[in-house]
Structures are given as structure tokens and as C-alpha cells.
Design a binder for this molecule. Sequence first.
Ligand code: SF4
Length: 173
Amino acid sequence: MTKPKIGVSRCLLGDTVRYDGRSKPCAMLNKLAVHFDLIPICPEVEAGLPIPRPPVQLSGSIEQPRLTGRDNPDIDITGLMRDYCLKKMPELDGLSGFVLKSQSPSCGLNSTPVFIEGQCVTEIASGVFARAIQASYPNLPIIEETRLDLPDARTEFIKSVSTHRTRKCPAQP
Ligand code: SF4
């Protein structure tokens, strides 16, 4: 039987795709690779943004934030990223889980700051890509890489992915 596939924010696998041309490798993914096939996805690069690129942040609204330039507010990639997410979501149907990069305006899950008029108004929002995944796949197990350091959270995620896969692909008699 093949391993379940889980999506992973690509910068966590050591790929230098971040806005600053760096990566954020997560050693815990080596443990997950024993159980799962890791599928690297960088939404910002797949949407067509270059490496390096100007950093962006969530801004303007907690409920419906835009993705605007951190240093240059004239930059607005909200439409680009929303179009990308619309096209990408059907491709994620074969995944049984996702590990997302914390605090990212694209990938963060309940850990991303939102700024309104230069002030941080919350630090527990989710990035545009993370929101799209949750809306399209509300039952998909998702975890941020920071929680993989917690043994209980890691074990729970591994169990949830296996259960999710079993539900989608019941064993043939
Ligand atoms: S956090 Fe997400 S969008 Fe940002 S570099 Fe990593 S994979 Fe790409």
C-alpha cells in the first residue's frame, strides 16, 4: 500500500523559496516522511511570484484581509493569490493532510498577524492559502510546523491523517 500524501509548505523542506531567498527547514518533517509522502507546495511561487520578492502581510480587515506589501503598501497581490487558490484547490483532493508554515500571510494557520493602518490588530489570523484549504477541505487534518515539536500534537496529526486516508480509500474486500 502506498503512503498517504500530505502537502507541506515548501520552505519547510529546505527549499529556498521564501521572499528573502531563504528556507525554514523543519527537522520534524523527517519523522513524518517515515509515514507519509511529502508533497512540497509554495503557493506564492506557484502563483508566479519571483524569488526573492517584496515581503507581504495581511492587511485592512481581520475577516477579509488583503495581501499587501509590508514595506510598500502599493503592492497588492490579493487577486493573484485568490486566483491561484481557486485553480489549485481541486489538485489537493488526493492529499490526506497538510503541514503549513506558521505566521505566513499565505500559509499561516491561526498564527498570522493582520495590520490595519500600520497597527497589528491580531496575531491569530490565517493566510490566504490556508483559508482556501480550510474552506475547500474542512475535514482535512492540518497542522503548523511549530506544533510538530509537541509529541502529543504530532501523534494526533499522524493518527488523523491515517484515519482521513482510510475514510477516503476504504480497504477493498
Ligand atoms: S510560507 Fe508558504 S508561501 Fe511562504 S515561502 Fe513558505 S511555502 Fe512559500
